[in-house]
Design a protein. Structure first.
Lengths: 241, 241
Protein backbone atom coordinates (compact mmCIF):
# COMPACT_ATOMS: atom_id res chain seq x y z
CA UNK A 1 0.00 0.00 0.00
CA UNK A 2 1.27 3.46 -0.89
CA UNK A 3 0.64 5.98 1.90
CA UNK A 4 0.36 9.71 1.33
CA UNK A 5 1.39 11.60 4.45
CA UNK A 6 0.83 15.29 5.18
CA UNK A 7 3.48 16.34 7.69
CA UNK A 8 3.95 19.39 9.92
CA UNK A 9 7.24 20.01 11.69
CA UNK A 10 9.07 22.59 13.70
CA UNK A 11 12.42 22.64 11.91
CA UNK A 12 14.38 23.93 14.94
CA UNK A 13 15.92 20.66 16.15
CA UNK A 14 16.53 19.12 12.71
CA UNK A 15 19.34 19.29 10.17
CA UNK A 16 16.62 19.64 7.52
CA UNK A 17 14.55 16.97 5.86
CA UNK A 18 17.07 14.69 4.18
CA UNK A 19 18.65 11.90 6.22
CA UNK A 20 22.35 12.46 7.06
CA UNK A 21 24.18 9.92 9.18
CA UNK A 22 24.91 11.27 12.67
CA UNK A 23 22.45 14.20 12.49
CA UNK A 24 18.81 14.47 13.52
CA UNK A 25 16.64 14.94 10.44
CA UNK A 26 12.92 14.84 9.79
CA UNK A 27 13.34 12.01 7.31
CA UNK A 28 15.24 9.86 9.79
CA UNK A 29 12.67 10.45 12.56
CA UNK A 30 9.80 9.65 10.19
CA UNK A 31 11.52 6.54 8.86
CA UNK A 32 12.08 5.30 12.43
CA UNK A 33 8.38 5.86 13.24
CA UNK A 34 7.33 4.08 10.04
CA UNK A 35 9.55 1.12 10.89
CA UNK A 36 8.00 0.91 14.36
CA UNK A 37 4.51 1.02 12.85
CA UNK A 38 4.78 -1.17 9.72
CA UNK A 39 6.40 -4.53 8.99
CA UNK A 40 7.89 -3.30 5.71
CA UNK A 41 8.81 0.25 4.68
CA UNK A 42 10.19 1.21 1.24
CA UNK A 43 11.97 4.46 0.23
CA UNK A 44 10.34 7.74 1.26
CA UNK A 45 9.63 10.37 -1.39
CA UNK A 46 8.97 13.97 -0.31
CA UNK A 47 7.70 17.09 -2.08
CA UNK A 48 9.90 19.61 -0.23
CA UNK A 49 13.44 18.79 0.92
CA UNK A 50 13.58 21.61 3.46
CA UNK A 51 16.90 22.94 4.82
CA UNK A 52 18.18 23.02 8.41
CA UNK A 53 15.78 24.91 10.68
CA UNK A 54 13.05 25.42 8.07
CA UNK A 55 9.48 24.59 9.16
CA UNK A 56 6.63 22.83 7.37
CA UNK A 57 2.89 23.15 7.88
CA UNK A 58 2.01 20.58 5.22
CA UNK A 59 4.90 18.85 3.50
CA UNK A 60 3.83 15.73 1.60
CA UNK A 61 5.57 12.35 1.54
CA UNK A 62 4.76 9.04 -0.03
CA UNK A 63 6.00 5.65 1.08
CA UNK A 64 5.10 2.05 0.29
CA UNK A 65 4.32 0.09 3.44
CA UNK A 66 3.02 -3.34 4.39
CA UNK A 67 1.79 -4.99 7.55
CA UNK A 68 0.45 -2.22 9.76
CA UNK A 69 -2.64 -0.19 10.60
CA UNK A 70 -5.12 0.83 7.86
CA UNK A 71 -4.66 4.34 6.39
CA UNK A 72 -7.34 5.91 8.60
CA UNK A 73 -5.45 4.89 11.72
CA UNK A 74 -1.93 5.49 10.39
CA UNK A 75 -1.63 9.16 11.46
CA UNK A 76 -2.44 8.45 15.11
CA UNK A 77 -0.19 5.36 15.11
CA UNK A 78 2.77 7.20 13.59
CA UNK A 79 2.33 10.21 15.91
CA UNK A 80 2.83 7.98 18.97
CA UNK A 81 6.32 7.17 17.61
CA UNK A 82 7.30 10.68 16.49
CA UNK A 83 8.92 13.44 18.56
CA UNK A 84 6.61 16.35 19.49
CA UNK A 85 8.26 18.52 16.85
CA UNK A 86 6.83 16.36 14.02
CA UNK A 87 3.17 15.59 13.45
CA UNK A 88 1.40 13.58 10.78
CA UNK A 89 -1.54 15.84 10.03
CA UNK A 90 -3.18 13.41 7.63
CA UNK A 91 -2.55 9.95 6.22
CA UNK A 92 -4.41 8.40 3.31
CA UNK A 93 -3.95 5.71 0.70
CA UNK A 94 -2.35 7.34 -2.36
CA UNK A 95 -3.95 7.12 -5.80
CA UNK A 96 -2.17 4.61 -8.09
CA UNK A 97 0.99 6.16 -9.53
CA UNK A 98 0.95 9.11 -7.14
CA UNK A 99 4.45 10.23 -6.09
CA UNK A 100 4.95 13.03 -3.53
CA UNK A 101 7.76 14.67 -5.52
CA UNK A 102 7.17 13.75 -9.18
CA UNK A 103 3.44 14.43 -9.03
CA UNK A 104 3.77 17.85 -7.39
CA UNK A 105 2.98 20.78 -9.68
CA UNK A 106 3.82 23.61 -7.25
CA UNK A 107 5.06 24.37 -3.72
CA UNK A 108 3.98 27.33 -1.61
CA UNK A 109 6.25 28.88 1.01
CA UNK A 110 5.67 31.63 3.55
CA UNK A 111 8.44 33.78 4.97
CA UNK A 112 7.43 35.49 8.21
CA UNK A 113 9.01 38.72 9.50
CA UNK A 114 8.15 40.09 12.95
CA UNK A 115 8.49 43.86 12.91
CA UNK A 116 7.69 44.99 16.47
CA UNK A 117 10.28 47.24 18.11
CA UNK A 118 10.64 44.79 21.01
CA UNK A 119 11.02 41.02 20.61
CA UNK A 120 8.33 38.48 21.56
CA UNK A 121 9.01 35.17 23.32
CA UNK A 122 6.23 33.67 21.19
CA UNK A 123 8.09 34.53 17.98
CA UNK A 124 11.36 32.85 18.94
CA UNK A 125 12.43 30.46 16.15
CA UNK A 126 9.07 31.17 14.44
CA UNK A 127 9.87 34.35 12.49
CA UNK A 128 12.71 36.73 11.61
CA UNK A 129 12.74 39.62 14.09
CA UNK A 130 13.54 42.73 12.02
CA UNK A 131 12.64 45.73 14.16
CA UNK A 132 13.04 48.44 11.55
CA UNK A 133 10.65 50.16 9.18
CA UNK A 134 9.84 48.07 6.11
CA UNK A 135 7.93 49.72 3.29
CA UNK A 136 5.05 47.41 2.33
CA UNK A 137 4.45 49.26 -0.95
CA UNK A 138 8.09 48.89 -1.99
CA UNK A 139 8.08 45.20 -0.97
CA UNK A 140 4.89 44.64 -2.96
CA UNK A 141 6.41 46.29 -6.04
CA UNK A 142 9.45 44.01 -5.70
CA UNK A 143 7.25 40.91 -5.31
CA UNK A 144 5.36 41.82 -8.49
CA UNK A 145 8.64 41.64 -10.43
CA UNK A 146 9.12 38.03 -9.34
CA UNK A 147 6.01 36.68 -10.98
CA UNK A 148 6.58 34.75 -14.20
CA UNK A 149 9.63 32.92 -15.56
CA UNK A 150 13.09 34.13 -14.53
CA UNK A 151 16.68 32.95 -14.16
CA UNK A 152 17.12 32.98 -10.37
CA UNK A 153 20.84 32.07 -10.16
CA UNK A 154 21.57 35.30 -8.23
CA UNK A 155 19.54 33.84 -5.34
CA UNK A 156 21.36 30.55 -4.77
CA UNK A 157 24.94 29.83 -3.61
CA UNK A 158 27.54 29.91 -6.38
CA UNK A 159 28.69 26.38 -5.57
CA UNK A 160 25.62 24.52 -6.68
CA UNK A 161 24.28 21.20 -7.83
CA UNK A 162 21.51 22.86 -9.81
CA UNK A 163 21.91 22.71 -13.59
CA UNK A 164 18.84 24.69 -14.56
CA UNK A 165 18.26 28.07 -12.90
CA UNK A 166 14.99 29.10 -14.49
CA UNK A 167 11.90 28.80 -12.31
CA UNK A 168 8.29 29.86 -12.81
CA UNK A 169 6.73 31.94 -10.03
CA UNK A 170 2.95 31.76 -9.99
CA UNK A 171 2.31 33.93 -6.92
CA UNK A 172 4.50 36.33 -4.95
CA UNK A 173 3.11 38.87 -2.53
CA UNK A 174 3.64 40.49 0.83
CA UNK A 175 0.79 40.61 3.34
CA UNK A 176 0.75 42.50 6.64
CA UNK A 177 -0.90 40.82 9.64
CA UNK A 178 -0.53 43.20 12.60
CA UNK A 179 3.15 43.11 13.59
CA UNK A 180 3.95 40.46 10.95
CA UNK A 181 4.92 40.85 7.31
CA UNK A 182 4.44 37.58 5.42
CA UNK A 183 5.95 36.90 2.02
CA UNK A 184 3.85 34.30 0.20
CA UNK A 185 5.32 32.58 -2.85
CA UNK A 186 4.16 29.74 -5.08
CA UNK A 187 6.45 28.32 -7.75
CA UNK A 188 6.95 25.08 -9.65
CA UNK A 189 10.15 24.45 -7.69
CA UNK A 190 12.99 26.41 -6.10
CA UNK A 191 16.75 26.76 -6.11
CA UNK A 192 18.53 26.15 -2.80
CA UNK A 193 18.10 29.16 -0.42
CA UNK A 194 16.07 30.94 -3.12
CA UNK A 195 13.14 32.09 -0.96
CA UNK A 196 15.40 33.20 1.91
CA UNK A 197 17.74 35.11 -0.44
CA UNK A 198 14.80 36.77 -2.21
CA UNK A 199 13.50 37.88 1.21
CA UNK A 200 16.91 39.10 2.39
CA UNK A 201 17.39 41.05 -0.85
CA UNK A 202 13.94 42.65 -0.70
CA UNK A 203 14.33 43.48 3.02
CA UNK A 204 17.65 45.18 2.22
CA UNK A 205 15.87 47.34 -0.37
CA UNK A 206 18.00 46.09 -3.29
CA UNK A 207 16.34 46.51 -6.71
CA UNK A 208 15.33 43.07 -8.00
CA UNK A 209 14.88 44.11 -11.63
CA UNK A 210 18.53 43.72 -12.73
CA UNK A 211 18.88 40.46 -10.77
CA UNK A 212 16.23 38.37 -12.49
CA UNK A 213 18.08 37.52 -15.66
CA UNK A 214 20.95 35.41 -14.36
CA UNK A 215 23.00 37.95 -12.36
CA UNK A 216 25.80 36.82 -10.05
CA UNK A 217 25.05 35.79 -6.47
CA UNK A 218 27.19 38.73 -5.29
CA UNK A 219 24.69 41.19 -6.73
CA UNK A 220 21.86 39.95 -4.50
CA UNK A 221 21.42 40.58 -0.76
CA UNK A 222 21.86 38.43 2.30
CA UNK A 223 20.08 35.14 2.93
CA UNK A 224 17.34 35.58 5.56
CA UNK A 225 17.53 33.11 8.50
CA UNK A 226 15.82 29.72 8.15
CA UNK A 227 13.49 30.05 11.16
CA UNK A 228 11.17 32.47 9.31
CA UNK A 229 10.50 30.01 6.47
CA UNK A 230 7.51 27.64 6.27
CA UNK A 231 6.62 25.15 3.56
CA UNK A 232 2.88 25.85 3.56
CA UNK A 233 1.35 23.66 0.84
CA UNK A 234 2.10 21.38 -2.10
CA UNK A 235 -0.16 21.36 -5.14
CA UNK A 236 -0.98 18.31 -7.27
CA UNK A 237 -2.91 17.97 -10.48
CA UNK A 238 -6.56 17.03 -10.06
CA UNK A 239 -5.99 13.37 -10.93
CA UNK A 240 -3.41 13.07 -8.16
CA UNK A 241 -0.62 11.78 -10.45
CA UNK B 1 11.75 57.22 39.06
CA UNK B 2 8.84 54.77 38.94
CA UNK B 3 8.93 52.59 35.83
CA UNK B 4 5.85 50.97 34.31
CA UNK B 5 6.81 47.80 32.43
CA UNK B 6 4.65 45.84 30.01
CA UNK B 7 5.99 42.29 29.98
CA UNK B 8 5.44 39.28 27.71
CA UNK B 9 6.66 35.84 28.71
CA UNK B 10 6.46 32.23 27.71
CA UNK B 11 5.58 30.60 31.05
CA UNK B 12 7.03 27.19 30.12
CA UNK B 13 10.39 27.38 31.93
CA UNK B 14 9.15 29.32 34.99
CA UNK B 15 7.61 28.36 38.32
CA UNK B 16 5.15 31.23 37.79
CA UNK B 17 5.64 34.92 38.46
CA UNK B 18 6.40 35.13 42.17
CA UNK B 19 10.00 34.68 43.33
CA UNK B 20 10.66 31.39 45.15
CA UNK B 21 14.16 30.57 46.33
CA UNK B 22 15.72 27.78 44.29
CA UNK B 23 13.22 27.97 41.40
CA UNK B 24 13.29 29.94 38.14
CA UNK B 25 10.53 32.57 38.20
CA UNK B 26 9.69 35.54 36.02
CA UNK B 27 10.01 37.90 38.95
CA UNK B 28 13.50 36.67 39.83
CA UNK B 29 14.68 36.94 36.19
CA UNK B 30 13.24 40.44 35.88
CA UNK B 31 14.74 41.55 39.21
CA UNK B 32 18.17 40.29 38.10
CA UNK B 33 17.87 42.22 34.82
CA UNK B 34 16.77 45.37 36.70
CA UNK B 35 19.74 45.06 39.04
CA UNK B 36 22.12 44.76 36.09
CA UNK B 37 20.55 47.84 34.47
CA UNK B 38 19.95 50.22 37.39
CA UNK B 39 22.01 51.27 40.41
CA UNK B 40 19.04 50.98 42.78
CA UNK B 41 15.93 48.79 42.44
CA UNK B 42 13.03 48.79 44.94
CA UNK B 43 10.26 46.16 45.33
CA UNK B 44 8.45 45.03 42.19
CA UNK B 45 4.65 45.23 42.04
CA UNK B 46 2.78 43.23 39.40
CA UNK B 47 -0.81 43.17 38.14
CA UNK B 48 -1.03 39.40 37.53
CA UNK B 49 0.80 36.86 39.69
CA UNK B 50 0.59 34.08 37.13
CA UNK B 51 0.98 30.39 38.07
CA UNK B 52 3.60 27.89 36.88
CA UNK B 53 3.54 27.50 33.09
CA UNK B 54 1.04 30.31 32.45
CA UNK B 55 1.93 32.81 29.72
CA UNK B 56 1.57 36.58 29.52
CA UNK B 57 1.23 38.83 26.48
CA UNK B 58 1.09 42.06 28.50
CA UNK B 59 1.48 41.72 32.25
CA UNK B 60 2.21 45.04 33.96
CA UNK B 61 4.78 45.71 36.67
CA UNK B 62 5.94 48.85 38.45
CA UNK B 63 9.26 49.36 40.17
CA UNK B 64 11.13 52.36 41.57
CA UNK B 65 14.62 52.60 40.09
CA UNK B 66 17.53 55.02 40.14
CA UNK B 67 20.74 55.40 38.22
CA UNK B 68 20.18 53.82 34.82
CA UNK B 69 18.94 54.51 31.29
CA UNK B 70 16.03 56.89 30.67
CA UNK B 71 12.56 55.28 30.30
CA UNK B 72 12.65 55.34 26.48
CA UNK B 73 15.80 53.20 26.48
CA UNK B 74 14.87 50.95 29.42
CA UNK B 75 13.05 48.24 27.42
CA UNK B 76 16.00 47.60 25.09
CA UNK B 77 18.47 47.74 28.00
CA UNK B 78 16.47 45.27 30.12
CA UNK B 79 15.91 42.91 27.18
CA UNK B 80 19.66 42.45 26.74
CA UNK B 81 19.73 41.04 30.32
CA UNK B 82 16.58 38.89 30.12
CA UNK B 83 16.29 35.29 28.86
CA UNK B 84 14.61 34.90 25.45
CA UNK B 85 11.41 33.69 27.16
CA UNK B 86 10.80 37.13 28.70
CA UNK B 87 10.49 40.40 26.81
CA UNK B 88 9.84 43.95 27.98
CA UNK B 89 7.33 45.09 25.36
CA UNK B 90 7.18 48.63 26.66
CA UNK B 91 8.74 50.74 29.41
CA UNK B 92 7.57 54.20 30.45
CA UNK B 93 7.71 56.50 33.43
CA UNK B 94 4.63 55.82 35.56
CA UNK B 95 2.18 58.57 36.50
CA UNK B 96 2.59 59.72 40.13
CA UNK B 97 0.87 57.27 42.48
CA UNK B 98 0.44 54.60 39.80
CA UNK B 99 0.83 51.04 41.16
CA UNK B 100 0.69 48.00 38.84
CA UNK B 101 -1.52 45.99 41.22
CA UNK B 102 -3.46 48.52 43.27
CA UNK B 103 -4.33 50.73 40.31
CA UNK B 104 -5.55 47.84 38.12
CA UNK B 105 -9.31 47.76 37.57
CA UNK B 106 -9.53 44.54 35.55
CA UNK B 107 -7.45 41.70 34.08
CA UNK B 108 -8.20 39.87 30.82
CA UNK B 109 -7.18 36.28 30.21
CA UNK B 110 -7.43 34.04 27.16
CA UNK B 111 -7.60 30.26 27.34
CA UNK B 112 -6.68 28.61 24.04
CA UNK B 113 -7.88 25.15 23.01
CA UNK B 114 -6.54 23.47 19.85
CA UNK B 115 -9.20 21.16 18.46
CA UNK B 116 -7.63 19.53 15.38
CA UNK B 117 -7.76 15.73 15.28
CA UNK B 118 -3.97 15.56 14.94
CA UNK B 119 -1.52 17.57 17.08
CA UNK B 120 0.60 20.46 15.78
CA UNK B 121 4.24 21.05 16.70
CA UNK B 122 3.47 24.79 16.63
CA UNK B 123 0.86 24.40 19.38
CA UNK B 124 3.14 22.61 21.86
CA UNK B 125 3.01 24.41 25.23
CA UNK B 126 0.90 27.12 23.53
CA UNK B 127 -2.61 25.64 23.81
CA UNK B 128 -4.55 22.70 25.26
CA UNK B 129 -4.85 20.01 22.59
CA UNK B 130 -8.38 18.61 22.97
CA UNK B 131 -9.11 16.64 19.81
CA UNK B 132 -12.80 15.99 20.41
CA UNK B 133 -15.98 17.76 19.34
CA UNK B 134 -16.73 20.84 21.45
CA UNK B 135 -20.11 22.50 20.97
CA UNK B 136 -19.51 26.24 20.53
CA UNK B 137 -23.17 27.06 21.16
CA UNK B 138 -23.18 25.16 24.46
CA UNK B 139 -19.87 26.76 25.47
CA UNK B 140 -21.25 30.22 24.62
CA UNK B 141 -24.38 29.57 26.72
CA UNK B 142 -22.15 28.53 29.62
CA UNK B 143 -19.97 31.63 29.25
CA UNK B 144 -23.06 33.87 29.33
CA UNK B 145 -23.88 32.50 32.81
CA UNK B 146 -20.50 33.70 34.10
CA UNK B 147 -21.07 37.36 33.45
CA UNK B 148 -21.90 39.45 36.52
CA UNK B 149 -21.17 38.90 40.20
CA UNK B 150 -20.88 35.31 41.52
CA UNK B 151 -19.34 33.28 44.32
CA UNK B 152 -16.65 31.30 42.47
CA UNK B 153 -15.40 29.09 45.34
CA UNK B 154 -16.26 25.93 43.34
CA UNK B 155 -13.45 26.91 40.91
CA UNK B 156 -10.50 27.20 43.30
CA UNK B 157 -8.73 24.57 45.44
CA UNK B 158 -10.41 23.90 48.80
CA UNK B 159 -7.21 24.70 50.68
CA UNK B 160 -7.05 28.38 50.00
CA UNK B 161 -5.67 31.68 51.16
CA UNK B 162 -8.58 33.58 49.63
CA UNK B 163 -11.06 35.03 52.11
CA UNK B 164 -13.52 36.54 49.65
CA UNK B 165 -14.81 34.34 46.84
CA UNK B 166 -17.05 36.75 45.01
CA UNK B 167 -15.71 38.14 41.75
CA UNK B 168 -17.27 40.34 39.07
CA UNK B 169 -16.97 39.06 35.48
CA UNK B 170 -17.30 41.80 32.90
CA UNK B 171 -16.76 39.72 29.76
CA UNK B 172 -16.82 35.97 29.14
CA UNK B 173 -17.09 34.49 25.68
CA UNK B 174 -15.83 31.74 23.42
CA UNK B 175 -14.54 32.58 19.95
CA UNK B 176 -13.57 30.14 17.22
CA UNK B 177 -10.49 30.92 15.10
CA UNK B 178 -10.07 28.03 12.65
CA UNK B 179 -8.87 25.04 14.68
CA UNK B 180 -8.73 27.10 17.89
CA UNK B 181 -11.41 27.81 20.47
CA UNK B 182 -10.48 30.77 22.64
CA UNK B 183 -12.18 31.58 25.93
CA UNK B 184 -11.87 35.31 26.64
CA UNK B 185 -12.60 36.55 30.14
CA UNK B 186 -12.29 39.93 31.85
CA UNK B 187 -12.88 40.28 35.59
CA UNK B 188 -11.83 42.56 38.42
CA UNK B 189 -9.62 39.79 39.82
CA UNK B 190 -9.56 35.99 40.04
CA UNK B 191 -9.33 33.15 42.51
CA UNK B 192 -6.37 30.80 42.15
CA UNK B 193 -6.89 28.38 39.16
CA UNK B 194 -10.27 30.00 38.49
CA UNK B 195 -9.97 30.49 34.72
CA UNK B 196 -8.48 27.02 34.19
CA UNK B 197 -11.15 25.33 36.31
CA UNK B 198 -13.94 27.25 34.54
CA UNK B 199 -12.49 26.06 31.21
CA UNK B 200 -12.11 22.45 32.38
CA UNK B 201 -15.69 22.45 33.71
CA UNK B 202 -17.14 23.92 30.51
CA UNK B 203 -15.09 21.57 28.31
CA UNK B 204 -16.42 18.63 30.34
CA UNK B 205 -19.98 19.83 29.62
CA UNK B 206 -20.86 20.28 33.30
CA UNK B 207 -23.75 22.71 33.91
CA UNK B 208 -22.35 25.90 35.45
CA UNK B 209 -25.69 27.23 36.73
CA UNK B 210 -25.71 25.36 40.08
CA UNK B 211 -22.00 26.07 40.64
CA UNK B 212 -22.04 29.86 40.67
CA UNK B 213 -23.41 30.42 44.16
CA UNK B 214 -20.66 28.99 46.33
CA UNK B 215 -20.83 25.25 45.51
CA UNK B 216 -18.05 22.89 46.64
CA UNK B 217 -14.93 22.41 44.53
CA UNK B 218 -15.91 18.76 44.06
CA UNK B 219 -18.98 19.80 42.07
CA UNK B 220 -16.90 21.49 39.37
CA UNK B 221 -14.80 19.81 36.68
CA UNK B 222 -11.07 19.39 36.17
CA UNK B 223 -8.54 22.18 36.01
CA UNK B 224 -7.35 22.72 32.42
CA UNK B 225 -3.56 22.67 31.97
CA UNK B 226 -1.60 25.93 32.46
CA UNK B 227 -0.03 26.06 28.99
CA UNK B 228 -3.33 27.17 27.36
CA UNK B 229 -3.64 30.25 29.58
CA UNK B 230 -2.48 33.77 28.65
CA UNK B 231 -2.72 36.97 30.65
CA UNK B 232 -3.68 39.23 27.75
CA UNK B 233 -4.24 42.71 29.20
CA UNK B 234 -4.56 44.73 32.39
CA UNK B 235 -6.96 47.68 32.56
CA UNK B 236 -6.38 50.88 34.54
CA UNK B 237 -8.61 53.84 35.15
CA UNK B 238 -8.14 56.76 32.77
CA UNK B 239 -6.07 58.80 35.24
CA UNK B 240 -3.58 55.93 35.60
CA UNK B 241 -3.89 55.70 39.40
Amino acid sequence: MRLRLTIAYDGTPFRGWAAQPGHPTVEAALRAALEETFASVATLAVAGRTDTGVHALANVATVDVEGGPPPERAAAALNTHLPDEISIVEAAEAAPGFHARHSATARSYRYRIFTRATPSPFELRRSWWLPRPLDLDALSDAAALLRGEHDFRAFTPTETQHEVFVRVVERAEWIRHGDHLDFEITADSYLRHMVRTLVGTMADGIDLAPLLAGADRAAAGRTAPPWGLYLVAVAYSADGR
